[in-house]
Design a binder for this molecule. Structure first.
Ligand SMILES: [Fe+2]
Length: 156
């Protein structure tokens, strides 16, 4: 098995784990921000589902079988599986950190793809980094405190 395929297996396992965790939080989030977060998580897991298919099919195109069982994903993944009892804030922070971790895993795969002169895989992974950065930005934006509210009220 090439280094690229080996690293792609890790990317697939972590992307799948993040998909399931995002779906968990879509279902189980509670609190005043429920609707906003429920919808944000919903959009993010739907996009992750498409990415999972793309990564798995790239592994197939490179000639290997794609890992596709919870047992294999458990052995290959780096991120945690999450916690249904988290508060909304903890869920957002957990997802944010997971996206950042997945970017690290993708960068290792990107390095392997570049070393093995696999331009298509490198392109796909570069696009994945952009997608995770965007998701992380959106999650981080919901965590920001609205400290300017008072000033704005005084100025208006
Ligand atoms: Fe839903």
């Amino acid at each position: 098995m090439s280094k690229t395929i080996e690293k792609l297996n890790h990317v697939l396992a972590d992307t799948y784990t993040l998909y399931l965790k995002t779906q968990n939080y879509h279902w189980n989030v509670t609190g005043p921000q429920f609707d906003t977060l429920h919808q944000l998580f919903g959009r993010q897991y739907a996009a992750l589902a498409l990415a999972i298919d793309e990564i798995a099919e790239r592994i197939r195109a490179l000639g290997a079988l794609a890992p596709a069982t919870y047992k294999e994903f458990e052995q290959l993944k780096s991120i945690g599986t999450g916690n249904s009892n988290y508060t909304a804030e903890e869920m957002v922070e957990c997802l944010y950190k997971s996206h950042k971790k997945v970017v690290e895993i993708i960068k290792a795969a990107l390095e392997a793809a570049e070393t093995e002169d696999d331009a298509f895989t490198a392109d796909m992974l570069t696009e994945r980094i952009g997608a995770h950065d965007k998701d992380a930005w959106m999650l981080a934006s919901t965590m920001k405190k609205t400290s300017k509210t008072t000033k704005l009220k005084e100025a208006s």
